[in-house]
Design a protein around this ligand. Structure first.
Ligand code: EPS
Length: 391
């Protein structure tokens, strides 16, 4: 067993909560570092009104003592400050009030979980569905990712993200050697882009979308630096690291496609243009690559290069100018319900991507190197790395 986590909580319910199980003892959990990730997830240009209400302050309620993990499940609570405005609609007890007070939703939004979820879970109130399908849940995942990142830090692995596109505004590709420049971007940057012209073009694309009362799609990339060779495995489908990371990114609300390295570009290339040659650095006693089109994974195994995975974000389904829909009760045609929403939370999507990648990598580190304490894990990792240098 490696690292696993469970989240619970509705978007306007009392709180979100997450339990991370499998953390070894002795990992330093700096509240401010986890909180910083939470705050970064709230930011970026293109966010809507909800983030002006929330603070996403985390409360660690289990598994940590004097700033270090105990080896027991780490439990975190994030209160929804907006719940104050939703107490009656999201009450956990009592009789169902009338539809206005319950904020019943009978007009499903195309592209959202509303209709399929209402049919599946046997309700005529899509609020039962949208409260949980909401990307608000990613705040809990981000907290879990912050815990996983603390373990990665101890193993010398760092994770960051960048914005690659908003609508038709595209950033120039970021090289592996620009990792530290990405890390150094200010937390309150409107987009996670190094190139100022690309950033401005993305801001303009958000403004244009707002002007049209529409949403717009985008692309983010997650990079993980310092990942040891040998995480994941070719031996079975569910152990392939690219498959696991792909699933983890695809599980983020609104992500509809994922690529590893230059996977999408590679589909239009010859093999000789796609694969990274293998070199050997005799002084450092290690294999090197002049390029990283594979995104740090070959045969489902990390190859020691920077891991790069890209998430393709569809335009959000809550539109200020709604599409056609049909009332769940009367079956009459109506415009879909109008919910407050973001234009595109692409910076947030990148941060959630970082969290999901961190969770998968921390799980893989524990599966390979084990240990009930962080010292045991890092000793095993050091011995393994020494073994590789004698290969
Ligand atoms: C979301 C709708 C909006 C977003 C929300 C995701 O929330 P609300 O309905 O309260 O305005 O702001 O994202 C978050 C709350 C968040 O924390 O990221 C949706 O329908 O998915």
């Amino acid at each position: 067993m490696g690292l696993r986590f469970l989240t619970a909580g509705e978007s306007h319910g009392p709180a979100l909560t997450v339990i991370v199980e499998g953390m070894p003892a002795g990992v330093e959990i700096d509240l401010a570092t986890v909180q910083r990730l939470m705050t970064r997830r709230m930011g970026g240009y293109g966010r809507g009104g909800r983030m002006k209400i929330e603070t996403d302050e985390i409360e660690i309620v289990g598994g940590v003592r004097f700033g270090r993990t105990l080896g027991s499940p780490v439990a975190i609570l994030i209160r929804n400050l907006d719940h104050d405005n939703w107490r009656e609609a999201l009450a956990t007890q009592g009789e169902r009030p009338d539809d206005d007070v319950a904020r019943t939703v009978t007009r499903p939004r195309p592209g959202h979980a509303d209709l399929a979820g209402a049919l599946k879970y046997g309700t005529h109130d899509a609020r039962d569905i949208l409260e949980r399908s909401s990307a608000r849940e990613t705040a809990a995942r981000t907290a879990a990712g912050g815990v996983a990142s603390a373990l990665l830090s101890a193993a010398g692995v760092r994770v960051t993200s960048c914005t690659l596109a908003v609508g038709d505004a595209v950033a120039p590709p970021v090289g592996d050697d620009e990792f530290d420049r990405l890390l150094a971007l200010p937390d309150d940057a409107p987009m996670r882009v190094i190139d100022p012209d690309a950033q401005q073009a993305m801001i303009d694309a958000v403004d244009e979308s707002r002007k049209r009362r529409d949403s717009v799609g985008g692309v983010f990339e997650v990079l993980a630096h310092g990942v040891p060779t040998g995480l994941g495995s070719h031996v079975h489908w569910d152990r392939r690291l690219d498959g696991r990371l792909g699933g983890a990114l695809m599980s983020i609300q609104a992500v509809k496609a994922v690529s590893v390295g230059e996977g999408i570009e590679g589909a239009a290339r010859y093999g000789s243009e796609q694969h990274d040659g293998v070199h050997y650095d005799a002084d450092a006693r290690r294999f090197t690559r002049p390029t990283n089109r594979a995104g740090g994974i070959e045969g489902g195994i990390s190859n020691g290069q920077t891991i790069r995975v890209t998430g393709y974000f569809k335009p959000l389904a809550s539109l200020p100018k709604p599409l056609d829909s049909v009332d769940l009760v009367s079956k009459e045609r109506f415009e879909a319900v109008r919910e407050r929403t973001d234009t595109i939370p692409i910076v947030a999507a990148g941060v959630v991507g970082e969290a999901m990648v961190a969770l998968v990598l921390a799980d893989e580190l524990l599966l390979k190197f084990g240990g009930d304490t962080v010292d045991e894990l890092t000793a095993n990792l050091t011995a393994y790395r020494e073994g590789l240098s004698r290969y």
